[in-house]
Design a protein around this ligand. Structure first.
Ligand SMILES: C[S@@+](CC[C@H](N)C(=O)[O-])C[C@H]1O[C@@H](n2cnc3c(N)ncnc32)[C@H](O)[C@@H]1O
Length: 234
């Protein structure tokens, strides 16, 4: 039996998991987050400086929601990269009206781009799945130009005890059930809350960003701390 974990040599399993849920991924995102996920993406995109909108790397792009939304925020060219081919195939279909978005099948820890290519990078709900986050951050720093910006949106656990308790009831029970029912992959939707629960605290992750090629890390709390935006400069 397969089990998905957030550490160790499970890259292949994580990739297989995302391949297997790609078909219902967008629908489930909207249902399970009550549509709030796109508000968070928009907030993240609104934080970039105008001077950094030349070439955006959307890393762990999945089906490309963030890439497409970026055009509403005056980004000019976007490359979406993901190691799940199935996610990219779905993304390519949805990108028909966005011929300028280029897609690339690659691993975040070994990016096939030359140094200082991008003016900015965004990562939504993906970095907690990376096996070696420090290596991925150093890779991002390498492919970003000097003063380029990195924006990461990632889930967190709300600090307030009452909200956390209610959220955990939803997150550990209702969400895996609905997600499993619709996707047919109960294990994948059990992995989601576990991976969030195991993800490192906001201050520790901010330090990790600082120690791996970035400065000036700012954090923005979203929806009672259910998610955070991390904004950093190369
Ligand atoms: C939860 S989805 C988020 C997708 C998208 N960013 C969004 O906002 O909906 C996480 C994505 O990260 C990708 N991913 C996970 N680990 C990766 C890695 N090491 N390299 C590249 N992509 C990765 C998965 O394939 C998946 O598409």
């Amino acid at each position: 039996m397969k089990s998905y974990t957030t550490s160790g040599p499970n890259r292949k399993l994580i990739k297989e998991m995302f391949d297997s849920i790609a078909g219902n991924y967008d629908l489930l995102n909207r249902i399970l987050s009550f549509g709030v996920d796109n508000l968070w993406r928009k907030r993240g995109l609104s934080l970039f400086a105008e001077s950094n909108k030349e070439l955006l790397l959307d890393l762990g792009c999945g089906t490309g929601d963030l890439s497409r939304l970026s055009y509403n925020y005056d980004f000019k060219n976007v490359v979406g990269a993901d190691f799940s081919m199935e996610m990219l195939v779905r993304g390519a279909r949805k990108n028909k009206k966005f011929p300028d978005i280029m897609l690339c099948n690659s691993d975040a820890e070994n990016l096939p781009f030359k140094n200082s290519l991008f003016s900015s990078c965004c990562i939504a709900f993906a970095i907690r799945n990376f096996q070696n986050r420090e290596k991925a951050l150093r890779e991002i720093s390498r492919v970003l130009r000097n003063k380029g910006q990195l924006m990461i949106i990632e889930f967190s656990m709300p600090e307030n005890l009452m909200i956390r308790t209610l959220y955990k009831i939803y997150f550990f029970n209702f969400l895996p059930f609905i997600g499993g029912l619709i996707s047919g992959n109960f294990r994948a939707y059990k992995y989601l809350p576990r991976s969030v629960d195991k993800f490192i605290p906001v201050d520790k992750f901010s330090r990790m960003i600082l120690n791996n090629g970035f400065s000036d890390v700012k954090t923005y709390r979203l929806s009672f701390g259910i998610a955070y935006i991390y904004m950093a400069t190369r």
